[in-house]
Design a protein around this ligand. Sequence first.
Ligand code: PRP
Ligand code: URA
Length: 210
Amino acid sequence: MPVQVHLVEHPLIAAALTRIRDETTPNTIFRQELERIGTLLIAEATSALATTEVAVQTPVALTTGHVLTSEPVIVPILRAGLGFLQSAQTLMPGADIGFVGISRDEHTFEPKPYVNKLPESLVGRTCIVLDPMLATGGSLALACRLLIERGANTPIIVVCALAAPEGIEAIDQAGLDTQIFTASIDERLNENAYIVPGLGDAGDRQFGAA
Ligand code: PRP
Ligand code: URA
């Protein structure tokens, strides 16, 4: 199975997730809670990044420390993925950021790319895709293909708040080698391809309707 799904269970994630699911939560609080979830998910999603030993002189003694062997490339899918970007940059201040803009057609649910600002070459680079919502999987599949075309390492690490079983299945069927870290695998998609119970439109809830 090319897709490995990691359901990240943590009481702080569960509490924040409950707040962002709540339809009465205002945009400002929604963004704060999403960022909190992002920090906890990204910490887990990066737990296997390679490190290299280095010598470090403390005020008391010489000891051995670690640095990341190579800096990852963080790829938020616009718009909603921006909600995880601050968390990712705080945790990995040396990472490069590549932007992919994708919006779903309201009727066909097909992904429509509108921004591609990725490094020219991703050969040898570990990529971490940020998108709170994995619904049909169309947007994520397109983003992963753009990264693989440029030579990104596989598996591609994916961080999302909610995943629908249909989306996970679609990524798997597409043969995309990914590790998906999610706070919840929800029940299903509805007739509008929204995640149920979900949280609504993650872009609109952060930034207002577009
Ligand atoms: C949302 C979300 C994902 C996508 C998931 O983006 O942020 O990128 O839908 O749906 P999928 O798995 O069916 O492709 P949307 O197109 O609503 O754009 P936005 O982030 O700008 O609101
Ligand atoms: N995109 C969203 O923002 N929410 C959904 O439920 C599905 C796709």
